[in-house]
Design a protein around this ligand. Structure first.
Ligand SMILES: Nc1ncnc2c1ncn2[C@@H]1O[C@H](COP(=O)(O)OP(=O)(O)OP(=O)(O)O)[C@@H](O)[C@H]1O
Ligand SMILES: [Mg+2]
Length: 212
């Protein structure tokens, strides 16, 4: 099992968000979780990413239960991708040693190479405070390139396909296809998705997970 969740409950203070969630995702399976704004989708994804610790129940990802170990097994593309005030390159490697070949492949797969080639400083271009110098679509593709370069077996996507339109959308979809190929995927959004294919779709409501 790639992801194994048993009776997971989670609260922020006394505000209960998730109630006794059970979820099994096999290696290479891809699932979608939908639910209204505020129902706890991002919270669940952060738990699966090892960013929060389960307060109750079990979260196992690639056989790991320790959040620190779980973080090594997952690549995450969050709702509002966080960029560091650093170069595009550093935002992709996150300071981990990586060959130029790996970085180049990630940029190609994330559809960033043409844009990077058009910049005077190329991949060493500074993205600005909180990524302020790049567009939303570019920031998202940098976050996807980061996830591709990490090459983790599990990919977690938060609203990755919900804000897409026109040409950017084609580039981001192609980037996401490269990222998710052959991986275990959990994708959450407030709406169903006709851009990618999933093995199963669930609905998160009242803190509980239902088959949709
Ligand atoms: N760090 C936090 N501390 C306290 N409450 C939080 C925190 N993060 C989220 N919440 C609350 O928990 C609930 C679930 O939030 P979450 O971000 O998981 O929802 P979501 O389903 O991802 O919503 P959206 O579709 O708008 O992204 C919301 O009511 C939110 O206000
Ligand atoms: Mg969210």
């Amino acid at each position: 099992m790639s992801i194994y969740v048993e009776n997971l409950s989670f609260a922020y203070g006394d505000k209960q968000i998730l109630r006794e969630i059970n979820l099994n995702v096999k290696n290479g399976e891809s699932i979608r979780i939908i639910g209204v704004s505020g129902c706890g989708k991002s919270t669940l994804l952060k738990l699966l990413a090892g960013l929060y610790k389960a307060q109750d129940g079990i979260i196992e990802v690639q056989g790991e239960r320790n959040p620190e170990q779980i973080r090594r097994q997952v690549s995450v593309v969050m709702q509002n991708p966080m960029l560091f005030p650093a170069s595009i390159k550093d935002n992709i490697t996150c300071g981990h040693p990586m060959s130029n070949e790996t970085i180049k492949r990630a940029c190609d797969a994330a559809q960033l190479s043409d844009w990077i080639a058009s910049l005077p400083d190329g991949i060493d271009t500074y993205v600005g405070e909180r990524g302020g110098k790049v567009s939303g679509g570019q920031a998202q593709r940098i976050a996807i390139a980061r996830a591709i370069a990490k090459d983790a077996p599990v990919v977690l996507l938060d609203e990755a396909t919900s804000a897409l339109d026109g040409d950017t959308s084609k580039a981001v979809i192609a980037a996401l296809e490269s990222l998710t190929k052959g991986k275990t995927v959990v994708s959450v959004s407030h709406r169903p998705d006709d851009l990618m294919e999933y093995n199963r779709i669930y609905r998160l409501e009242g803190g509980r997970l239902f088959n949709a």
